[in-house]
Design a protein around this ligand. Structure first.
Ligand code: B12
Ligand code: SF4
Ligand code: SF4
Length: 292
């Protein structure tokens, strides 16, 4: 594909992703991602097998390693907003995917069908779990120009803060990359996101540049401890109760609704819809199982 054609396709993909329901979209090069922070650091961190990890790793895959599709050259990252006035977008209803994830899946499927039909290009729908063939989506989103990694260890975007969820697909085409950029509001912020964590998961530096070979670590400086964060996630699972749910496709009976913690995400003032203190307190009560 020549340069003009790849620029036209690049722009058409981003437009189509938004038509299909993405609030943000961007493109990153696979070659750049192979040396991005999570891709080089995760394999040398201690293995993680708690909430959010899939126990069934693809054959031959080492812990933290990413299995790229052989022909993958570019990653399209799409995002869907999970605003604080629609907390249910993030809830797990029994074994059903959250509403937001279902929306993301529909966007990716729509893009793949359109690319095949209009351009004769076959892409690959990346699974969510890295252990099952997925990739580290936050780094991909940074390289795709969607934002930076905040001190809350999440992708932070100018438009929505961290209140978005991500999914991706790969293409066998070299497309222009839309990032990274210089957006970094955390440089001037005293990190209320970290202070609000009910488990104090950012209490101390647990990963160092010397041990991990680079300075971009979990929580930026190595102070986000996923084993502590997962204690809260397990507590959220334990306190989930049967609820009558209305208006969620596929749910007819009362189901256990798991509301995973997102306090470090919601406590950041960046992006749309800044929260009043009373609304924050109301939200906290839904996630916390004990007082801080
Ligand atoms: C496993 C997992 C979990 C586990 C373990 C988390 C972990 N970070 O290890 C648990 C269950 C604890 C968890 C918790 C949460 N998760 Co989670 N999780 C994942 C998953 C599947 C893989 C993440 C992973 O293993 N990362 C590898 C570890 C080693 O990296 P890391 O801790 O993120 O640290 C790296 C970055 O900080 C990066 N980095 C640091 N500085 C810089 C600078 C630059 C320039 C760059 C490029 C990178 C970079 O380098 C670090 C490694 O050195 C992803 C989905 C996916 N496929 O990517 C979702 C994902 C990251 N989770 C997400 C969310 C929202 C959450 C929660 C809020 C829970 C919730 N309600 O959904 C919390 C937030 C915790 C936090 N503050 O980070 C979203 C993030 C969206 C966003 N806005 O960023 C993702 C992308 C899923 C999604 N559907 O969109 N999660
Ligand atoms: S509250 Fe938001 S802007 Fe401030 S440090 Fe945390 S993530 Fe960055
Ligand atoms: S998701 Fe909750 S427990 Fe985990 S780091 Fe954020 S605030 Fe702390």
């Amino acid at each position: 594909m020549d340069k003009i054609d790849s620029l036209k396709l690049y722009s058409a993909i981003l437009t189509k992703a938004k038509e299909l329901g993405a609030c943000l979209a961007g493109i990153a090069k696979v070659e750049d991602l192979k040396s991005a922070p999570s891709y080089t650091v995760a394999p040398v961190m201690p293995d993680y097998a708690s909430v959010g990890a899939n126990k069934e790793r693809l054959d031959g895959l080492k812990h933290g390693e990413v299995k790229w599709p052989e022909d993958a050259r570019s990653v399209i990252v799409v995002a869907v907003e999970h605003p604080e006035d629609k907390l249910e977008m993030d809830y797990w209803y029994g074994s059903k995917d959250p509403i937001g994830n279902r929306k993301l899946i529909a966007v990716v499927k729509g893009l793949l069908e359109w690319l095949e039909k209009d351009y004769g290009v076959s892409g690959f729908h990346l699974p969510y779990h890295v252990e099952r063939g997925g990739i580290y989506l936050k780094d991909a989103a940074v390289y795709a120009g969607m934002g930076c990694i905040g001190k809350n260890n999440l992708l932070l975007t100018p438009e929505y803060g961290s209140r978005i969820r991500l999914r991706g697909l790969t293409l066998p085409l070299d497309l222009p990359s839309s990032g990274p950029n210089s957006f970094d509001p955390c440089a001037y912020c005293d990190a209320m996101c970290n202070k609000a964590c009910p488990q104090n998961a950012f209490r101390t530096q647990v990963y160092t540049p010397e041990q991990h070979g680079r300075k971009e670590l979990p929580g930026r400086i190595g102070d986000y401890d996923r084993t502590i964060c997962s204690i809260q996630m397990k507590a959220n699972e334990d306190i989930a109760v049967l609820e009558d749910v209305e208006g969620v496709a596929g749910i007819e009976q009362p189901v256990r609704v798991v509301k995973y913690c997102r306090i470090c995400e919601l406590n950041c003032p960046i992006g749309k819809g800044q929260l009043s203190r009373s609304r924050l307190d109301n939200i906290y009560s839904k996630y916390q199982s004990w007082p801080v």
